[in-house]
Design a protein around this ligand. Structure first.
Ligand SMILES: Cc1ncc(COP(=O)(O)O)c(C=O)c1O
Length: 366
């Protein structure tokens, strides 16, 4: 079976060396030395400051909302955040979980990121934040979004779960907004089995978040704030360091797969219009077909050949029942109904890739 993605397993000897260290120190979690090493190395690699490692990408979002005061459990005021319906469920469910009502705004039909021109009409007195997603690693229109946020005094939290290593205008994309969050789930380009990170604009927010992820404890005898447990442990950090050590070959391999797909399928199908100012990370290869029927036909034909493509991101989140919405965002709903993500992972061989390309062409006869 060819999956849509496969976890990257780093060199075993290298991983063992990190794990030997854990056994020698008997320090398994709570800001251990490997976590500190990974924090420093990621800050350097990504070109960011104020990076906080956490146990997964969903908690990264939740901690970011808490730290930036989007949820106010003291006053219990209702708050809203404007976000995209074209993303993985965690972007919006994390808001709802935190007591913040997600207000969906439509995406740009070409970039599939939030369309800044539609955001302003969704702002109400309850709006506290904008939560855009750099979907599939494509950069949002960060200048336009930050401009709106400044004019209306809103916080911006970028869900950058897909944007590891993406740079924009020569610097890290993660440096935009009040915070950006990352997911280091096993299926991601860079992973720590489960894991995630928040990159804060301000050092003060970083320090507050450090307490929040550790039960709100500020010292041996002090509990200053309401907190939770969202710490990354040493075994996760060991995997992260091992994957990071080999990241360049992973990137190069994926770039080749991506370019092969793009070169063979490119002009005949709708591909995501990438922001021209980014250095891309080749994390995903999404493709939009002319109709839902065509997308499903390709999905089934690939499946018959033991190849799994996935309908990322379907359904459009505004149609999920528990949000109880009556009006849907038409562009997101349309793109979600016609999209498939093709297999991209380290080790995917050219022959399989060419089979995928041939099957797609055959299915839609282009
Ligand atoms: C856009 C987006 N946000 C958030 C998450 C949640 O990350 P995690 O699985 O690490 O909790 C994911 C996971 O795939 C994601 O794709």
């Amino acid at each position: 079976m060819i999956p849509v993605t496969k976890p990257y397993l780093p060199n075993r000897e290298k991983l063992n060396q990190y794990i030997d260290g854990i056994y020698e120190r008997n320090w398994l979690t709570n800001n251990g030395p490997l976590l500190q090493e990974l924090t420093g190395r990621l800050e350097k690699y990504l070109g960011v400051e104020n990076l906080l490692l956490v146990s997964n990408g969903t908690l990264a979002l939740q901690i970011a909302y808490r730290t930036l005061g989007i949820t106010d459990f003291q006053t219990r005021e209702t708050s809203e955040a404007i976000t995209t319906p074209f993303t993985f469920i965690a972007t919006a469910s994390s808001l709802k979980w935190e007591g913040v009502e997600p207000v969906f705004s439509d995406i740009d039909p070409k970039t599939w990121c939030l369309d800044p021109a539609q955001i302003e009409s969704k702002i109400t007195p309850q709006t506290k934040a904008i939560v855009p997603v750099h979907v599939f690693g494509n950069a949002c229109d960060v200048e336009a979004i930050d401009n709106i946020a400044q004019r209306y005094d809103l916080k911006v939290i970028y869900d950058a779960a897909h944007a590891f290593g993406v740079s924009y205008k020569g610097q890290s994309l993660l440096n935009y907004g009040d915070a950006s969050t990352l997911s280091f789930h096993a299926t991601k380009l860079f992973h720590s089995i489960e894991g995630g990170a928040i990159v804060f604009k301000s050092k003060q927010d970083l320090e507050r978040a450090k307490q929040i992820i550790n039960f709100g404890i500020s010292g041996p005898d002090n509990i200053d704030t309401l907190g939770i447990n969202a710490k990354m442990n040493e075994f996760q950090a060991a995997m992260g360091l091992s994957v990071l050590d080999e990241l360049e070959s992973n990137f190069t391999f994926r770039a080749e797969i991506w370019n092969n797909y793009a070169g063979s399928l490119g002009s005949n199908y709708q591909l995501q219009k990438l922001n021209p100012e980014i250095q891309y990370n080749y994390a995903y290869f999404p493709i939009v077909f002319d109709t839902t029927e065509q997308a499903l036909q390709v999905l089934n034909m690939l499946k018959e050949n033991n190849i799994i493509a996935r309908r990322y991101f379907f359904p459009s989140l505004d149609t999920v029942d528990y949000f109880q919405l009556e009006h849907y965002q038409p562009i997101s709903k349309d793109i979600a109904s016609r999209i498939l993500c093709l297999p991209v992972y380290y080790g995917l061989d050219t022959e399989t890739q060419n089979t995928i390309i041939t099957l797609i062409k055959k299915a839609v006869m282009k």
